[in-house]
Ligand binder design. Structure first.
Ligand code: PAF
Length: 284
């Protein structure tokens, strides 16, 4: 099997991707912050199915972390990540320094309005600007044909779709399923922060979401009644604190009162200092 290539500069990426494109190959891109788990690897597999060459970026993007958030403690496991990506068959890793992405004179901010103000945007001011700005830089360097994102970050997915469409980036945005632990907990690099007791309790999140799906399949359409029941299920864990739990339109992130089309039930909780998000699409 080929050894995966590690590229550290934008120039190296441009050169490599240029060669792929000249050879008529379709380029797939999976942006990550590393600490890769099976969720990320499933996105890589999807990219491998849809493109001839796959580049994965590993960049813990400082501009999407707010003050007091976990930028410094964010897990960094590059050597393990590389082994996993190599095993998954990815062709290249882009592993830039912060200066490579944000040179001293960098002065641009990319901001998507509207849907970034709901859910996570309410509680993490500046977060989505950091995300959309780094995407603009990464997309500019890689110029992929397709880019793959996880549905666990449902708001992020809606934002990148909006941005790609508004700016006519010509990038096809694909999404991959949330991958779950056997007890239902959505895989996340941040799960590593949980104590064993918190980890045990964290399965209430997916149990809550499952309850919502059951209610909808039994005919419930009222957002408040659904959210009240989910809140009960999740709050059964003594160590949880719910930050938000909302039923919204999956594209606009606007609140939905009565379910008449597929709705996104999105939740953010804290276990201690660890913030976890999850969601389910409820189909009436
Ligand atoms: O989802 C993430 O890990 C990050 O937000 C992303 C897409 C890599 C941008 O920094």
């Amino acid at each position: 099997m080929n050894e995966i290539t590690v590229l550290k500069t934008a120039c190296q990426v441009e050169k490599t991707v240029g060669q792929w494109r000249n050879a008529g190959m379709k380029v797939g891109f999976v942006p990550t912050m590393g600490a890769l788990h099976r969720g990320h690897l499933s996105l890589v597999s999807l990219a491998m199915e849809k493109a001839d060459r796959v580049l994965v970026s590993i960049f813990v993007n400082p501009s999407q972390f707010g003050r007091g958030e976990d930028l410094d403690s964010y897990p960094r496991t590059f050597d393990d990540d590389l082994v996993r990506l190599n095993d998954a068959g990815a062709h290249c890793v882009f592993f830039p320094s912060a200066e490579e992405i944000y040179p001293q004179e960098f002065s641009t901010n990319v901001s998507v309005g509207g849907l970034t103000e709901a859910l996570c945007g309410k509680y993490r001011p500046g977060h989505f600007d950091g995300v959309t700005t780094v995407w603009a830089v990464l997309f500019g360097i890689v110029r992929p044909d397709i880019a793959v994102f996880g549905r666990k970050d449902a708001q992020q997915l809606a934002v990148v779709r909006r941005m790609a469409s508004d700016l006519r980036l010509g990038i096809k945005i694909l999404s991959g399923d949330t991958v779950r632990e056997p007890d239902g907990l959505a895989m996340s690099s941040r799960n590593a922060y949980l104590s064993s007791e918190e980890r045990e309790q964290a399965s209430v999140i997916s149990r809550g979401l499952l309850k919502a799906s059951e209610m909808v399949s039994q005919g419930e359409r009222d957002s408040k009644r659904i959210c009240d029941e989910v809140r009960k299920v999740v709050s059964a864990a003594s160590m949880v604190s719910i930050q938000y739990l909302e039923l919204v339109d999956p594209d606009s992130m606007k609140p939905v009162k009565t379910l008449s089309a597929p709705g996104l039930l999105a939740i953010a909780v804290y276990f201690g200092h660890t913030r976890l998000i999850d969601n389910v699409i409820l189909k009436p």
